[in-house]
Design a protein. Structure first.
Lengths: 259, 283, 259, 283, 283, 259
């Protein structure tokens, strides 16, 4: 990531001040416009063993998702007679943050995010088509630079599609932030740490539905409405890229079959 | 504690009962007689527990949550060397419902505790700097422990209310530094500084048959299509947590408006209870 | 609790000395006679979800008990073909003691007391009437001022009766202590901390049986016999209150039904 | 470790065997030929383990318990700043019986360790003040680890005997304070101060067919109506732990008397073994 | 984590497939076309992870392992007061294979991490004394975390290669001592000193139908009679770990010779990759 | 153990130097020849409850092994249709080392050794004779003076024989070490701590097979070959003692039966 200032030379207080100063002029520390998303990189089918997999990068944030299933449930009493159960795990590798080593055991934060991601995916998957089975989504954050949970949602969505799991729509994750009065799209780690609010959102673009919504900080209702609008717009772009990534994978695959 | 979030076993609710609840909702009412945006009866006993440094027992209809604050002394977090710490923990002991097995907090308990924590933290209800004893060395730590004694839905709002009322009744023991070590003098106490204007509360809504209902019962939570919790402080949104299902943008706008209305009423109730502490321990 | 001296002004050593000095004159720090129990408060049916429940206060010690069952056993292999199993959990909330916050995880002490309470209740319940089921007794100490395990037994007993579980008798818990040569009834936390012996007892009053008995400290056999005698006498009073509490609850309940 | 105490799975003992045992008891005898108040054969190897700071291997009939003491240095408890610490831990590794699965100590193991701990603690067998190195800073910590190698009933008494004999054979390493940190010199040692007069022991009884039997075998424990353990030191009762069933007041009076009688004999055996340490490691 | 090692559930591989694999081996080939002593294609991305202090992503055929190094500061072990510490941890997250459930490292993961650790430790690849900051007080701690992203056999060699390449790309942050506490300055960095001559690698072999094969696939591991891993550094054996089955003395002599041959080739590949770090994060 | 020097008077550095100095003359700190094993003590049937048991001492290292089985498997899904599963646990008591108290919870080292011992025993036992059952080997180290895992293998092997479990051969464990250029048999704890290499080996003597092999340190291939040769020779002696121990036990047992 390129920054408009030398972030390594500033104390946390100076950095916080600088970020707010820039925001007053509608600018951001990495030179983006308020509604500009970082470059998005999508790769489908990256893990041979999984039924479906994807790598998603939002700038320097990298999430890898693997999908296994539909498959038998262990232990069996967890199975449901009328639909599949969904199992979701979000995990950060110990070396994925700029801080000191993170312990590998799941933190309370990771447990909460795993739940939130499951609840964001459940409304999308046609679980009722696979009674008594389990669909498993496992996510590892390899590198974190803000917005990891929304990158995870996008990766999970792609991996599910790659696994051929029928869905009502592709879900796209986008984070919205707030610095002073400026509402911005796709927080990096400095904007996350020194901003005034964080609002991760996941949407079903074609249906106009919100499947993940959290917020932190202090928001007026107008700011929230503005944020939702920006999120849907950014999601629309990523949605197109996702469709392309899936298409190109199947084109590549069909080429291989033709050989 | 498994690190995987798994689709939860649905409560077995007879089909007929489900349809009845929905039908009543469609008629603009609720099965316990409330209107869609009515809260259940709120009873708040503030500071009843002598062994705690602050406490509250909240009944939200049949949902009962006990909050106890214990004040400790420890090192500050490195990135906030002059601020005290707030640690919120919620437990659902097996007393609370027939479906609960003993064990460490599950993902639901962890999530509620974290939502309550964030709601309080972003509200400016507490002045974290006032909890500093010696910068970089010793600060007050506020341990807020929430125990659900009876679970009849909407643990979020009951837990948040209990936590906030318990904090409002908290007193800090005096701390002296002796030979670079803190000495806690439990007999001499000063009240914890709080800002009642910014009193943080959450308001939880469910969506059933396209209607938005506030303060859901356990039965309503079990059949709802969607659920969302909004944290409010002084008419600003300080937290959102969508849990079950999906919402349209219009739903969300609608819910924001309603939550600010409901916040006003609820805040009054809570502030009144805080003014009238109650040293008899009753559930 | 009112104390005959200002306990907050004394060091632990002074308090210990004072308690022993008073004991030599047959007196106690809270003004009670040696054989005098603190006020007992009993409330039945305090938790709507439980099949039976009760709150028991011995002075400032408050225990809440909930009973669930008889009900199915999970996992099933724990079930017994000829009787119900009993499951008992004794737990102290983190804010229930005058000390610093107690961690919520069960301590070795809590594990031992859960076992001791189970073994005090097992001889009393007609478990053989409910083969293949489980009867569960869950206890939380909300406020602790000594004698928590015997208050728990009384609460459990009331909650079991409230749940309609058939029992051979009501079990009543009473603690006996020793300060110097003085044998006393119902220790408060200072007497527990600074006395010379602690003997928690649970009895089936009508049958003259002891179902819980532990002791700590140094006791002559005569002192133990004296303690047992005092415990039975104190239990007799509490037993009557328990019967009244249960009766009044059913009267209230029947009133409600008549409305 | 579950935090719930659950009725234990009964050992499957054929009905005929049960009746035989009871019948023999009713005739005033026991299935292994003992009288009701006889202990099984006691074999005590004192201090056989070179790597421990004190040790004992006890056989009580076929019940075998190994005790090892390791001496550490640490901070005292805040309420006893000039006293050392005793920490008793008991494990039942899966070697000990076909029914035992590997895992952390269960409620039975925890209870026995706690009863042994309290029995020793209240006996004045140890002089905790003699374990102080620097008040408020450093004290000796006595770790007593008890391993059951073969379980044939009455772990309480075997474990207590092993712990006490191991402590009696314990030597403390010299400790020097260097730059405010303790330095343990394992080569220079002084014996741990104990008071043999107050030697603490437990005596366990079961009630079968209205008879009181001392030192039960595993089979007797599995069919007994009640069980109780009495800790004695110098003819005073220092601990009681009723575990299974109920007792009448007369039972208890009777058991107290008997336990003081049995204590005398057992104490002699243990003191004799302590006088004759045995540096060969045999089970 | 159970403390008992239990015979593992065998992978269900159709009998026909097993026989096919064996037959091909008997013909001097392997089912993926390799010769008996050929390694699969090795792809090494060195230092692609910006948040790590050193990193590598290794593909050994379809086996993919990510290694990340984080440098911390802590107290040295008492017996090596002037040496830094190396801590190797391997996790097999459930992404890696359909048979893996989430959870803490099992005995397989622990064993691989320990073999990698010993192989590096005894190779003199690292200069542990160069990791000392203040003797007895502060040393660098190298945390090497290995994550298996896709498991297709021979995790040992892939993990070791990833760990070694990650260490070779590691830089140490500057550490200053302020008021007797270390202050880590992450912006100023010096490379970790390594000795490429001693580059440690493991070579794993399986025995199938009396043939010795290098770098087994998961399928080959599942049907092999025996498995052994040899750690080599500069043509010396620095670790051996026989896991499955038995070997004759002649097998072992033969394997030693072959492992030194294979080491040479593999070392070249790894050294070349280390020279060409790759800041694009690709799997 | 008798040492040729007073080990308690030396610093670790001096001890290391002394051990290497002695090795240059082909000598060892406890006076043994390089290929000399410490005294071996074998006792069979030491634990009445176990189906088979043994105590094995290599000098001051003492391991006790108990065998239970073949018996039913819990939980059942771990059972295999065509053979017994083997369960092995290696554990050190907290007081078994010369260091400070070891925590009783299994360490990573103990978990690895349990696995390595299982894999050393699996090829030896006729597991296919007992489908759907479990054979359990539990080992406690009571006193440790080096070479504990190989003493454990010998103890396990004896206990299995004592339990009447059919085996292809008796497995014998021997450790090989390296001090400078000197290859030695049966390391004591000082040789383990201050030597240059450690190679635990277990062998089936009659079949010339290696069932356990690990190594640490720096070894030439010649040294490894030398070590293997020494190990087989030492194992041969222990093997004879094991047969004698088993025989004498059965002779004793038959005497008892005859009485």
């Amino acid at each position: 990531m390129q920054y408009v200032i030398d972030v390594t030379k500033l104390t946390p207080e100076e950095l916080r001040a600088k970020i707010h100063e820039l925001a007053k002029e509608g600018k951001r520390i990495d030179g983006r416009a308020p509604d500009q998303h970082r470059p998005v990189r999508l790769e489908v089918g990256v893990l041979p063993n999984a039924d479906g997999s994807a790598l998603v990068a939002y700038g320097d944030t990298v999430a890898v998702a693997a999908v296994y299933g539909p498959r038998e449930v262990h232990p069996r009493h967890l199975a449901l007679p009328d639909r599949a159960i969904l199992r979701v795990r979000y995990h950060m590798t110990p070396f994925s943050t700029h801080d000191e080593r993170k312990r590998p055991e799941p933190t309370r934060r990771e447990i909460e995010i795993s739940k939130i991601l499951r609840e964001a995916l459940e409304p999308v998957i046609l679980l009722e088509q696979f009674p008594r089975t389990s669909i498993d989504v496992f996510i590892e954050i390899i590198q974190a630079d803000g917005s990891t949970r929304v990158a995870s949602i996008t990766a999970a969505s792609l991996a599910l599609a790659d696994a051929g799991i029928p869905m009502r729509d592709l879900v796209v994750g986008v984070s919205i932030g707030k610095i002073g009065d400026l509402v911005i799209v796709d927080l990096n780690r400095y904007e996350d740490a020194y901003g005034d609010g964080d609002m991760p959102i996941a949407v079903m673009c074609r249906r106009g539905l919100v499947t993940l919504l959290q917020a932190d900080g202090q928001w007026t209702t107008e700011e929230i409405e503005k944020g939702l609008e920006l999120a849907f717009r950014a999601a629309e772009n990523i949605y197109r890229m996702m469709r392309d990534a899936l298409k190109s994978k199947y084109i590549e695959a069909s080429k291989i079959y033709q050989q | 504690m498994s690190s995987v979030s798994i689709t939860q076993q649905p409560e077995i609710l007879p089909q007929l009962r489900k349809e009845t609840i929905k039908k009543i909702v469609e008629q603009g009412k609720r099965s316990d007689g409330r209107g869609h945006l009515d809260f259940r009866n709120v009873v708040l006993h503030v500071n009843p527990i002598k062994t705690a440094d602050g406490s509250a027992i909240v009944s939200l209809g049949n949902t009962k949550v006990v909050a106890g604050v214990k004040v400790g002394v420890g090192a500050p977090y490195p990135d906030t060397p002059d601020e005290g710490a707030l640690i919120v923990n919620l437990e659902t002991p097996p007393l609370a419902a027939p479906t609960i097995e003993p064990g460490p907090p599950d993902e639901n308990a962890i999530e509620i505790a974290r939502v309550v924590d964030r709601t309080i933290r972003h509200s400016n209800f507490l002045d974290f700097k006032s909890l500093c004893i010696v910068p970089k060395k010793f600060v007050y730590i506020l341990w807020v422990d929430l125990y659900v004694l009876n679970h009849d839905g909407n643990l979020y709002d009951a837990a948040c209310m209990a936590a906030v009322a318990a904090l409002a009744s908290t007193t800090l023991p005096k701390v002296e530094i002796e030979q670079e070590q803190p000495k806690i003098i439990r007999e001499e106490r000063i009240p914890l500084k709080v800002n009642p204007e910014n009193l943080p509360l959450t308001i939880t809504f469910v969506k059933i048959s396209n209607s938005i209902l506030a303060d859901p019962t356990l039965e309503e939570e079990n059949i709802c299509d969607s659920r969302i919790t909004i944290g409010i402080s002084n008419n600003k949104v300080v937290s959102i947590q969508k849990t079950i299902g999906t919402f349209t943008i219009d739903d969300i706008k609608n819910i924001m408006r309603k939550s600010i209305e409901l916040y006003g009423k609820l805040k009054e109730t809570v502030l009144k209870a805080i003014m009238n502490p109650d040293r008899e321990l009753r559930l």
